[in-house]
Design a protein around this ligand. Structure first.
Ligand code: ADP
Ligand code: MG
Length: 622
């Protein structure tokens, strides 16, 4: 048999390896910027065209390369950063594999211009698909400029696989922010299609965070510092009341390298225990410095995971450092670390006096009332009395021990007392109820129960309201031009660049719902009109929710964009579970729900109501 195994030609091997390192334009930005940092630059400029698909250029003022190095840097495994395997354990640089430039040059048109400070002239080299096509001397300033054009030009499958410009730009912004946050002592700028997205002067960590995430961030930050033998921690956490609806502002850096760590994230969240509202995420910008020997970053070129020697200790230190900071800055009342955190009172409770628990009885509840049964003025307390009749006196035992001032002892006067007081309130506050027959009541502040001829209907109030608002919103957008209410004073909302990008992409659709933007800057938006369905105080929360919902992908397609937008806004505006609804509100929801095109399903395809027919009930009683 003849031999069939051959070594792959270099350019093929490079192309294959490139797939590992370069997944999208953002990976190129990351690699080039990291090289610029490793070269000791004081200023780094990133220029992007068409989300990096046409051009990615990184210009630095670092140490530059000699002519030979400029040729060498495109070879695979060519690096100036480590010499021996031992060097891996004392790594101070971002790069060390010597793979990035070789990979990028295998799948794009690359032009390099570089000059060390002391040299008279610099070197210019052009590489296309791993082949050097041109080499020349050039006049250029100290430092290095790398231009990457037509990324993936020779791997059409990869190129087609790229997402929309908007999505790719956001990936680039993410990478850019990560390195910029880790290196405040370096000036950075980012330009996209000629417009400036970031201009970050050299500064300190706090100022850098503020420059990236907007002016108001500063007042939200609580400093965290801790020094122990195994780790030095510095950085900031956001005050709990500013916790976001998305995880957008959570950053860990280990030895100035951005990493993701669900485990350490848990430590932070644990430190915030009791301080956060449901489903909100604390912001954090935490810089951990550890001995390079105690970590293993050699896992994968593009992975952001990292292995620590002593993760448990790190967890404990991080958690207590943050708790300490939150306590010290009066954000939380906790100063004593040995105490069980579960025993601590969440801070927004600390000024409240303890309340006597109350028993809630819905006095309007009357599932057994028949169409033309007793029609006393408010229809109240008939539940108690009827219930009592049915069950004899024994039900009273259910309430033993639960009585408070508000729940009178169920003695023989119970019905009368209730009746009187209810009647007075009824007359004063609910005049319209006089004539209306009540056919709904609320269960657990979550469900609206309504009687049907054939049985009962249990409606999830949040989903029902979401369905109603969703259809209304879609109608506004697609059929009629949405009406918007003019705001007396323009509303100025701060967002970070990333968030503003999302709003920009959604601007058309948002305007169709009734939003009117007077100005969109890189870190804020000014709103002068809002949809009539929304109140001014809700706007910020709704937009935040919206951004969180669109964080991962903004569909280009107008229809699905509108649809998602309507879903997100409806979800945000709808009454939540846990909200007490009065009878008029309950009726309103029921009536409007059944005027919907698809009352049975929430916009996210979940059941809105269930029915229980008399037949089914009968069966249960067999
Ligand atoms: P690595 O960064 O892992 O060493 P790269 O392929 O990214 O591998 O770069 C190869 C080498 O080229 C680097 O080790 C460095 O010596 C040189 N180099 C790359 N970019 C720059 C730059 N902007 N300034 C100076 N030298 C650079
Ligand atoms: Mg590198």
């Amino acid at each position: 048999m003849t031999d069939i195994i051959q070594l792959l030609p270099d350019h093929v091997a490079n192309q294959i390896a490139a797939g590992e390192v370069v997944q999208r334009p953002a990976s190129v930005v990351k690699e080039l910027v990291e090289n610029a940092i490793d070269a000791g630059s004081g200023n780094i400029q990133v220029v992007i065209k068409d989300a990096g698909k046409t051009l990615i250029q990184v210009v630095d003022d670092g140490k530059g390369m000699s002519l030979t190095d400029a040729r060498m840097c495109f070879e695979r495994h060519a690096t100036s950063k480590i010499k021996t395997a031992e060097d891996l354990f004392s790594l101070q640089t971002k790069g060390f594999r010597g793979e990035a430039l070789a990979s990028i040059a295998a799948i794009a048109h690359v032009e390099l211009k570089t000059k060390p400070e002391d040299d008279e002239v610099g070197t210019q080299i052009k590489v296309e698909g791993s082949k050097v096509t041109n080499q020349d001397v050039c006049v250029c300033p100290k430092g290095t400029s790398v231009s990457v054009k037509n990324l993936f030009y020779n791997i059409p499958a990869r190129r087609n696989f790229l997402k929309s410009d908007a999505v790719e730009t956001r990936h680039i912004i993410d990478e850019f922010q990560r390195v910029a946050l880790a290196h405040p002592q370096i000036g950075f700028s980012l330009f996209h299609n000629g417009s400036e997205l970031f201009q970050l002067p050299e500064t300190n960590h706090r100022q850098r965070i503020t420059n990236i995430f907007g002016g108001k961030t500063n007042e939200k930050l609580v400093p965290v510092t801790e020094e122990t033998e195994i780790v030095e921690i510095s950085g900031f956490v956001g005050k709990p009341e500013f916790a976001k609806k998305s995880r957008g502002e959570q950053f860990f850096f280990v030895n100035n390298r951005f990493i993701k760590s669900p485990y350490l994230n848990h430590a932070v969240v644990a430190a915030f225990e009791g301080l956060l509202k449901d489903k909100s995420y604390p912001s954090y910008f935490l810089f951990l410095n550890v001995d390079p020997k105690s970590i293993d970053i050699n896992i994968h070129p593009t992975k952001t995971e990292i292995k620590f020697d002593d993760e448990h200790a790190l967890y404990a230190i991080l958690r207590s450092a943050i708790k300490h900071s939150l306590g010290q800055f009066n954000v939380a009342p906790v100063l004593d670390f040995d105490r069980d955190a579960n025993l601590d009172t969440p801070y927004d409770y600390k000024n409240r006096s303890a309340e006597v628990p109350q028993v809630e009885v819905d006095r309007n509840f009357n599932p057994f009332q028949e169409e033309n049964a007793r029609t006393h003025k408010t229809g109240s307390s008939s539940f108690s009395s009827n219930f009592r009749k049915e069950r004899g006196e024994s039900w009273e035992s259910l309430y033993t021990g639960l009585q408070t001032e508000d729940t009178p002892k169920p003695d023989s006067d119970f019905r009368e007392i209730e009746f009187e007081s209810e009647e007075v309130t009824g007359n004063l506050f609910q005049p319209s109820q006089d004539t209306e027959e009540k056919s709904t009541f609320q269960l657990h502040k979550k469900y609206i129960v309504s009687t049907l001829k054939s049985g009962i209907l249990v409606i999830d109030q949040h989903r029902a309201h979401t369905r109603i608002l969703y259809e209304e919103m879609l109608k506004n957008i697609t059929v009629s031009a949405a009406v918007s209410q003019q705001l007396l004073f323009p509303l100025n909302l701060q967002f970070n660049t990333h968030e503003v990008e999302i709003i920009k992409q959604l601007q058309d659709s948002l305007e169709q719902t009734g939003f009117v933007f007077s100005e969109i800057k890189t870190d804020s938006v000014e709103i002068v009109g809002i949809p009539t369905l929304i109140s001014e105080s809700e706007v910020e929360i709704l937009l935040e929710q919206l951004i969180a919902d669109f964080e991962n992908d903004v569909p280009d397609n107008g229809f699905s964009q509108t649809d998602l937008l309507a879903k997100s806004l409806a979800k945000g505006m709808a009454v939540k579970s846990g909200t007490l609804l009065n009878n008029t509100e309950q009726q309103h929801i029921v009536n409007r729900l059944f005027a919907c095109k698809e009352p049975g399903l929430s916009p996210s395809n979940r059941s809105v109501f269930v029915t229980l027919t008399v037949d089914e009930l009968d069966k249960k009683f067999m």
